[in-house]
Design a protein around this ligand. Structure first.
Ligand code: 0A1
Ligand code: ZN
Length: 879
């Protein structure tokens, strides 16, 4: 097999032929599904060579049964079929192409194209799945209207869904029936979808701002009919929010969501027919945690928002993926912030971003938000494209201000409606609306790696000036040794050490206020703030105003000061994280040197202060009491020592728990409640505060804490409380606490795969050293299957990604286990295989012994016959 070849951005050309209308007929039958396609094709006006160009269509794993142009069957010498293409040598200026292919959805374990999940037919076409359905120019810049007829068995597939509006339905001989759907909005084929099966629906409606009535349907398997309320309510909120915030109205009479059990990602924005991983849409207080409720709300909104940012205006090519994803993630983040606690949303997003995206940016698969080449595009549905893309859009919003941003957004949707466009088109609209020069800003899209800012400040008592120096540097990333300076907005304040208040800032003779943005554009810049009457502590990068690492030589006293006085809630939280990190650094060193660990009393006092402060924001308090995760701590270390990190973090947690036991008990009791469950901000905040307190108490296996955890588990009020209690019992050192609870839980929930996923994750993230054996054992559990991505993520993903001490076991058994899974998944589901491998690719971060073990496993994988997906990742990891 020859090595798969990359596709390059600089090779982009419009297609020689475009399709204006697509007629599809699916005859769904076990073992012999037939797809007839009639494409209305014409030459592309922008290609001078179109007249001489052959018609080139993509197609994979298709068996061609018939082909005709304008009704005339083609002779075999008039076309050529390869593993990936159908080429018709000579075609007229404008014509109808008819093809018929046979495909095998029941044998499709990759879950791309048309496949079966629990006996129901469904599709996943983004990015390049449509080519596994029929021969087609499978690229987003070919946009056509679609008319789709589905034929199925009336018993087995009573429900037949596709994009747009249903036009016609009827009976057919042999117990079969059909439905024809018409989608009037031109779309690329990646937005095509069909669903056929025995499903039930929940229906509601939404009246748009212009008074049109839209029917909303959520289709599920019958047993899930009770689990759709939250998704439906979220959908309606999202529809209203997009009208109010962005002036975007829905454009069909019907909007459908379907829940499927086997799905590679979270969900998919197919026009009028969103397909969701059941984990991203189904909720019930008894089975889903608060976090799951919020995730569902966010994903429902995300997919809905794509109707404009993605569907009406789409991407010219897949290099522009962040055009739709970065913008849409930014939109869903703002929606969630408006609907829930805005500061907590920001804290959670940034905590996750700084852990996971920073790691990606520092690893062998680092890539810019707009990559310039790829082998397998599904490998680029990454945190960089999505989350860093959203951070860049957020910076744009902050740079130009909301009003200009909204004008730019209106301009973008208006100017490019029905088109496939580029990131420049989007940024140009923002530049035009604001009058700002965003030239340098564009580098954010082409440079990979996390910029690092070194900040230094000095107060000049004699002159009442504060001098701030900012120096930026972006480290080299694979293929990009040298970086240019970026345009980085740094939001800041100067907090007076006497007054505890933000000081009024004057920069270059201009009063800029108490909270302002300075623009770092050079490698190094010096800012002099005048008329600063008292020595300040600078509060830098407020709200995480740019996706960078900022270093400032804060003392612990400075941080304790900011923790109580910073007017920016986000930076108050961050000061606490920085303070904890300084203490953790010392303890990590102590652990490595075999020296006795001593807890920093300043951290204890800071936490005591938090527990005693008057606060009306319990959600933020819960975040402030949460220590940085082991993964985030690891991100800060030059070389990761998983055992020292685990020991240090455990030590800090236990020290805090011992010193503040009574406070944690009080917080627990003050926030316990019997009120009926609602996924509402106030309740969620109280639950998270209560559960943080419980986790401290359980860290020292406090008798009263154990009793509370057991009671919380048995009371079974809601899954948030049950899961937290079960996790704490399972992760304690006492098998007598873990085993009975796990048994009860699995007996109760054996029938619900999404709950069993939680049961898997809880067990495989225990810190105890026998966990690897348990992972192997659980892989044989009847509820587990390597064919289902949710199961793989819950068991293997959670073990390799979250159980750092055990995955990195020094005998290499964790690495071996993951490599074995990757090798098997490479055959079954390459997309999931290429994702689950991530922890192994980060070998450079560990000691030599572990490096060697990890590389050996990567080499073992490389020796297999690999899918392009896994090939690309392994090659980069070993490069
Ligand atoms: N566009 C979807 C995500 C998605 C991408 C690829 C998929 O299969 C390869 C599935 C879903 C979104 O952003 O939600
Ligand atoms: Zn998306």
């Amino acid at each position: 097999m020859s090595a798969p070849q990359p596709t390059y951005l600089h090779d982009y050309q419009p297609p020689a032929h475009r399709v204006t209308h697509t007629e599809l007929t699916f005859d769904l039958a076990p073992g012999a599904t037939r797809v007839k396609a009639r494409l209305h094709v014409e030459r592309h006006p922008e290609r001078d060579d179109a007249a001489e160009s052959p018609l080139t269509l993509d197609g994979e794993q298709l068996s061609l049964k018939a082909i005709a142009i304008d009704g005339q069957p083609l002779d075999p010498d008039e076309y050529r079929v390869s593993d990936t293409q159908l080429i018709v040598h000579r075609v007229p200026e404008r014509f109808l192409l008819d093809t018929e292919v046979e495909i095998a959805p029941e044998a499709n374990t990759a879950l791309e194209g048309l496949y079966q999940s629990n006996g129901m037919y469904c599709t996943q076409c983004e990015a390049e799945g449509f080519r596994r359905i029929t021969y087609y120019p499978d690229r987003p810049d070919v946009m056509a209207t679609f008319s789709t007829t589905l034929i199925g068995d009336a018993q087995r597939e009573p429900v037949l869904l596709s994009n747009g509006n249903p036009l016609e339905r009827g009976e057919l001989p042999g117990g079969r029936h059909f439905v024809t759907w018409e989608d009037p909005h031109p779309k690329p084929c990646y937005l095509f979808a069909l669903v056929a099966g025995d499903l039930e629906k929940v229906e509601d409606s939404f009246t748009t701002v212009s008074g049109r009535e839209v029917v909303l349907q959520i289709w599920v398997e019958e047993e899930n009919l009770d689990n759709t309320d939250h998704a439906m309510a979220s959908l309606k909120r999202a529809m209203a929010w997009d009208e109010q915030t962005y002036g975007r109205e829905y454009d069909l009479d019907l909007f459908m969501i379907v829940a499927v059990n086997d799905f590679n990602m979270g969900a998919m924005e197919n026009k009028g027919l969103n397909i969701f991983n059941s984990a991203a849409v189904l909720t019930h207080p008894q089975t889903a945690t608060d976090a799951a409720f919020q995730r569902v709300e966010g994903i429902v909104a995300h997919e809905y928002f794509h109707n404009w940012s993605g569907n009406r205006v789409t991407c010219r090519d897949w290099f522009q993926l962040s055009l739709k994803e970065g913008f849409t993630v930014f939109r869903d983040q703002c929606f969630s912030a408006d609907t829930n606690s805005a500061p907590v949303k920001r804290i959670e997003d940034v905590a996750f971003f700084r852990t996971a995206q920073f790691a990606e940016d520092a690893g062998p698969t680092a890539h810019p938000i707009r990559p310039d080449h790829y082998i397998e595009i599904t490998n680029f549905y990454t945190l960089t494209i999505y989350e860093k893309g959203a951070e860049v859009v957020r910076m744009l919003r902050n740079l130009v201000g909301w009003e200009a941003f909204r004008q730019g957004s209106d301009r973008y949707f208006e100017r490019f409606d029905g088109q496939a466009v580029t990131i420049e088109d989007f940024v140009d609209c923002m530049a035009e609306a604001s009058g700002l020069d965003l030239g340098q800003f564009m580098r954010w899209y082409s440079q990979a790696g996390t910029p690092e800012i070194d900040a230094h400040g000095e107060y000049d008592y004699a002159k009442s000036e504060y001098h701030l120096t900012l120096r930026q540097r972006t480290p080299a990333t694979p293929g990009q040794p040298d970086k240019l300076p970026l345009h980085i907005p740094v939001r800041l304040g100067l907090v007076g050490t006497k007054s505890g208040e933000d000081l009024r800032m004057t920069l270059d003779g201009e009063v800029i206020g108490k909270d302002a943005v300075v623009h770092l554009r050079e490698d190094e810049q010096h800012f002099v703030f005048t008329d600063i009457a008292e020595a300040p502590v600078p509060s830098l990068l407020r709200g995480f105003s740019a996706p960078v690492k900022l270093r400032f030589p804060y003392s612990r006293e400075d941080l304790a000061f900011l923790l109580t006085h910073d007017s920016d809630g986000f930076n108050r939280w961050d000061a606490g994280q920085r303070l904890a990190l300084l203490a953790l650094d010392d303890l990590i060193a102590a652990h490595r040197n075999g020296v006795e660990k001593v807890m920093d009393v300043r951290v204890v006092e800071a936490f005591r202060g938090l527990l005693h402060a008057e606060t009306d924001d319990k959600a933020v308090l819960a975040e402030m009491l949460t220590l940085p995760s082991e993964a985030y701590i690891a991100e800060q270390q030059p070389l990761v020592d998983v055992d020292a990190i685990h020991a240090a973090r455990t030590f800090v947690k236990q020290s805090l728990a011992m010193a503040l036991r009574d406070d944690f008990l009080r917080v627990y009791h003050d926030n316990a409640s019997d009120a009926p469950y609602a996924p509402e901000p106030e309740q969620i905040a109280a639950r998270s505060l209560k559960n943080v307190a419980l986790s401290y108490l359980m860290s020292i296996e406090d008798e009263e804490g154990i009793e509370l955890a057991q009671r919380q588990f048995s009371a079974g009020h809601n899954m948030t409380d049950v899961r937290c209690a079960l996790t704490l019992l399972t992760h304690s050192s006492r098998g007598d606490l873990a085993d009975p609870a796990l048994r009860l839980f699995s007996e109760k929930w054996a029938h619900d795969p999404l709950v069993m996923d939680q049961w898997f994750s809880i067990q495989v993230t225990r810190p105890q050293s026998d966990v690897l054996e348990r992972v192997t054992f659980l892989m044989d559990h009847p509820a587990f299957s390597l064919k289902n991505p949710n199961r793989v993520r819950a068991l293997i993903g959670a073990f390799a990604g979250q159980n750092r001490v055990n995955f990195h076991r020094i005998d290499g058994a964790g690495y071996r286990l993951l490599a074995d899974v990757v090798i098997e998944l490479n055959r079954l589901n390459p997309e999931i295989a290429a994702r689950i491998i991530t922890p192994l690719t980060r070998w450079q971060r560990f000691d030599e012994q572990r490096q060697a073990l990890m590389k050996a496993e990567l080499e073992r994988i490389r020796a297999e016959e690999l899918s392009p997906n896994v090939f690309e990742v392994v090659e980069k990891a070993l490069a």
